[in-house]
Write a protein that binds this ligand. Structure first.
Ligand code: BGC
Length: 391
C-alpha cells in the first residue's frame, strides 16, 4: 500500500485503500515462549500457562492462508522482545529471520503488515532489572526498537511501538493483577512517563534508520459518558482526559498515526443495560463512533487496531462486527480519517489472565488438537470486506 496515495471516498463505501484485517499478539498466539515475565509468573502458578498457545510460530502460513481466504488485505501482529533480545544486549539473528519470513509470507498473501513492537510481555532479564520502573528502561526499549526496525523496516510501513500503555500501567501497577503485581499509585504514574519516553526515544531512533516507516501506538480508549449530573460530568471530563488523552498528548510530536483499541463504555451515574459478551463487557457499538470523533482533533490518520468480542457460541459476533463497523463508517463520514479496521482476533488465543477460556477468534481453535475452524461470523466480515460496505 502506498501510504501517500490514500484517497477518501465519500460514497456509501469505505474509503479506497481501507485496510481490513485482524490482530494478534506474539505471546497470545505463538507458543513456546519461556523467557518472559508472563511465562515466569505462569510457572509460579499465578496464571495459566500459554504453552504452545496456537503454535502460530510454526503455523503462520496456514493462518495467513485463512486470513487471505476471508478477504483480509492487512494483518496486525507483534514481535516478542524476549525472542529478539533474550539476554541484555544480545540480539538473536535467528529470530529476526523468523519475523522476516512472517513479513514475506504476509506480502505473498496480500496482507499489509502492521507490526507491533511490544504487547505487554517483557524479557525476563528486563523484568529482573525492574522493567519500565528502571530509569534506563526507555533506552533499552529504544535500542530494541532501533534494532528491529533496522532489520525489518523495509518489510513493513506501519509500526506500533506500544500496545495499550495505560492498560499495562493500570493492570500491572495499580490493580496489581499482571506482572510485576504491584499496587502503588505513584509507580502507576511513573510507569506512564517511562512509557512516554520509551515511545518517544524509540520513534526517534526508528525514524532515523527508516524514515519511510509510519509509527504510532495502539491506545485503548473508552467512551466515557455521564448521566448529566454536574458532578458526574466533572468526573467524566477528568477521567476522559487522564485515560484517553494524556498519553496521546505527550507523544503527539512523535507519532504519524493513531491506533485505537476499543472495547469499553463507561457511564458515570445511572447506566443503561446492554447485552454483554462472554467477558462481561457491554456491547454498545455507538461507543466506537465517539472514541473516533474524539481522536479527530489530532489531525492524524487513525486505524482501529483492535475491536472484538468474546463469543464462544458465535451468535453475536457477526452483528457485533457489522454494527461497530457501521459506526466506524459514520465517523469517517463525519470527518475522522479512519484508514483501517483490525478485528481482535484472527483466532481464539491465550486471553491473558483468563487463559484459553475466552474466545475472540474469527477462527475457532480446538485447544487439544489446535485444529482451526472458521466461524460463521468470519464470513459476515468477509462479505463486508467484499462489498466495502455495511449497508
Ligand atoms: C489487548 C489484547 C486482549 C484483548 C481482549 C486488548 O486490550 O490488547 O491483548 O486479548 O484486549 O481482552
Amino acid at each position: 500500500m502506498e501510504y501517500q496515495n490514500y484517497q477518501r471516498d465519500t460514497s456509501l463505501k469505505f474509503p479506497k485503500g481501507f485496510l481490513w484485517g485482524a490482530s494478534t499478539s506474539a505471546y497470545q498466539v505463538e507458543g513456546g515462549i519461556e523467557n518472559n515475565d508472563w511465562a515466569e509468573a505462569a510457572h509460579e502458578g499465578k496464571f495459566p500457562q500459554a504453552g504452545e498457545a496456537c503454535n502460530h510460530y510454526r503455523r503462520f502460513e496456514e493462518d495467513f492462508d485463512i486470513a487471505e481466504s476471508l478477504g483480509h488485505n492487512a494483518h496486525r501482529f507483534s514481535i516478542e522482545w524476549a525472542r529478539i533480545e533474550p539476554e541484555e544486549g544480545k540480539f538473536d539473528e535467528k529470530e529476526i529471520k523468523h519475523y522476516l519470513a512472517v513479513l514475506q509470507s504476509l506480502k505473498r498473501h496480500g496482507l499489509e503488515p502492521m507490526v507491533n513492537l511490544w504487547h505487554f510481555t517483557l524479557p525476563a532479564w528486563f523484568a529482573k532489572i525492574g522493567g519500565f520502573e528502571n530509569k534506563n528502561a526507555p533506552m533499552f526499549f529504544a535500542r530494541y526498537a532501533a534494532f528491529v526496525t533496522a532489520r525489518l523496516g523495509s518489510g513493513a510501513e506501519l509500526w506500533l511501538t506500544l500496545n495499550e500503555p495505560m492498560v499495562y500501567a493500570s493492570e500491572s501497577y495499580l490493580k496489581g493483577v499482571w506482572p510485576p503485581f504491584r499496587k502503588n499509585i505513584f509507580t502507576f504514574i511513573k510507569i506512564q512517563s517511562r512509557l512516554v519516553t520509551a515511545h518517544n526515544l524509540a520513534y526517534a531512533a526508528a525514524k532515523k534508520i527508516s524514515p519511510h516507516i509510519q509509527i504510532g501506538i495502539a491506545k485503548n480508549n473508552i467512551y466515557f459518558a455521564s448521566d448529566g449530573k454536574w458532578w458526574n460530568g466533572l468526573i467524566k471530563w477528568f477521567v476522559r482526559w487522564y485515560w484517553n488523552e494524556r498519553f496521546l498528548n505527550a507523544i503527539n510530536a512523535h507519532q504519524d498515526f493513531i491506533g485505537l483499541n476499543h472495547y469499553f463504555y463507561k457511564k458515570f451515574g445511572k447506566k443503561e443495560k446492554f447485552p454483554q459478551s462472554d467477558r462481561g463487557w457491554d456491547i454498545f457499538p455507538e461507543a466506537i463512533y465517539h472514541c473516533l470523533m474524539e481522536l479527530k482533533k489530532y489531525g492524524k490518520p487513525i486505524y482501529v487496531t483492535e475491536n472484538g468480542i468474546a463469543d464462544e457460541a458465535d451468535t453475536r459476533r457477526g452483528d457485533f462486527i457489522k454494527n461497530y463497523l457501521q459506526f466506524v463508517k459514520k465517523a469517517i463520514d463525519d470527518g475522522a480519517d479512519v484508514r483501517g479496521y483490525f478485528y481482535w482476533s484472527l483466532l481464539d488465543n491465550f486471553e491473558l489472565e483468563e487463559g484459553f477460556s475466552k474466545k475472540f477468534g474469527l477462527v475457532q481453535l480446538d485447544p487439544m488438537t489446535l485444529e482451526r475452524t472458521i466461524r460463521k461470523s468470519a464470513f459476515v466480515y468477509k462479505r463486508i470486506i467484499e462489498s466495502q460496505s455495511v449497508c
